[in-house]
Design a protein around this ligand. Structure first.
Ligand code: C2E
Ligand code: MG
Ligand code: MG
Ligand code: MG
Length: 297
């Protein structure tokens, strides 16, 4: 009997790995068609003022509606797209969408706020990126100050000169630039001063530690302190609890983004948030981290 059960377990485990394998293969082969098949969409997550809860801006976060696998998380397909180079097409698609939204909202008389876009620094290594951006701005007639590009440290070091040049060009256009997931990459704090970014987004792994009392909080708090001292707009990512919020207020971290105020939401819901203008922390869930019940947000 035990042997039989073992066999069954083996059978099921095999099925699971088959399925994971199938998913991987399908996702890999279908990604290239996701744009033309209209399967990509954007969610938005507000960034709020730490003191007042005022919605200051929002981050556009991509999702892929796959016919067999449902909503696929960017953490699953973005690394793949980075490898194949399809990330550049994705980036252009997101920029066009965001500019179009900003255009439409303004036309509808809505009070718009700046939107940040995750952009792979790879895009700046292709010759046509400046023309693409200038073209889209003039077509949609949006104010470039309503766009911020979030870049991660991945390519910064390897292509330092090109990226610094790109950031300077963007700033000339009036587009803001943020350093995303700060603290997780390889650039040191002294390096940071070289990149003329407007905003530093402190990675969620550090925000998790600010409320600890085992010494781990020292580095996390120090990073926020330094980012502040560099005169950057400092954003805390992944704020989930009121306790974290309290510490961040004490540290004078100006902006926060996280499930405590809002998960990333579809555009219809985001428009409602735009109209409300302020968000309150979800206090019922305050004392413990929010557990992902759904597969993901
Ligand atoms: P990111 O740019 O650092 O975005 C923040 C991620 O943290 C989002 O995951 C968001 O849902 C999640 N998050 C926000 N608040 C909380 C919180 O309180 N708790 C927890 N546990 N998570 C929180 P998402 O949407 O799954 O995106 C993952 C990553 O995929 C992004 O990290 C970004 O690096 C990449 N990504 C997303 N959209 C795009 C895109 O349009 N282009 C590119 N190139 N990358 C994208
Ligand atoms: Mg980001
Ligand atoms: Mg981030
Ligand atoms: Mg990230």
């Amino acid at each position: 009997r035990a042997k039989e059960r073992g066999k069954n377990t083996y059978y099921f485990l095999n099925k699971i790995t088959d399925l994971t394998h199938l998913r991987h293969i399908e996702i890999e082969s279908d990604l290239a068609k996701s744009i033309e098949l209209n399967q990509l969409l954007l969610y938005f997550q507000p960034r709020v003022d730490t003191k007042s809860g005022k919605v200051l801006s929002a981050e556009a976060l991509i999702r892929w509606q796959h016919p067999n696998w449902g909503l696929v998380s960017p953490s699953e397909f973005i690394p793949l797209a980075e490898e194949t180079g399809f990330i550049n097409e994705i980036g252009d698609w997101v920029i066009s969408q965001v500019c179009q939204y900003l255009h439409d909202w303004k036309k509808e008389g809505k009070e718009v706020i700046p939107i940040s876009i995750n952009i792979s620094a790879q895009r700046f290594l292709r010759h046509d990126w400046k023309a693409f951006i200038c073209d889209i701005i003039s077509k949609t007639k949006i104010d470039p100050a309503f766009i911020e590009f979030e870049i991660t440290e991945t390519y910064l070091i390897r292509h330092e000169e090109e990226i610094i040049e790109a950031i300077k060009y963007l700033k000339q256009l009036g587009i803001k630039v943020a350093l995303d997931d700060f603290g997780t990459g390889f650039s040191s704090i002294s390096q940071l001063a070289k990149f003329p970014v407007d905003t530093i987004k402190i990675d969620r792994s550090f925000i998790k530690k600010v409320t600890e009392q085992n010494g781990d909080e020292i580095l996390a708090k120090g990073i926020i302190y330094i980012a502040n001292s560099l005169n950057k707009n400092v954003v805390a990512e992944g704020v989930e609890t009121v306790e974290q919020l309290n510490v961040l207020q004490q540290l004078e971290c100006k902006e926060i983004q996280g499930f405590l105020f809002s998960k990333p939401v579809p555009v219809i819901e985001f428009v409602r948030i735009l109209e409300k203008k302020f968000l309150k922390p979800k206090s019922a869930e305050s004392s413990r981290p929010i557990i992902n019940k759904r597969k993901y947000y």
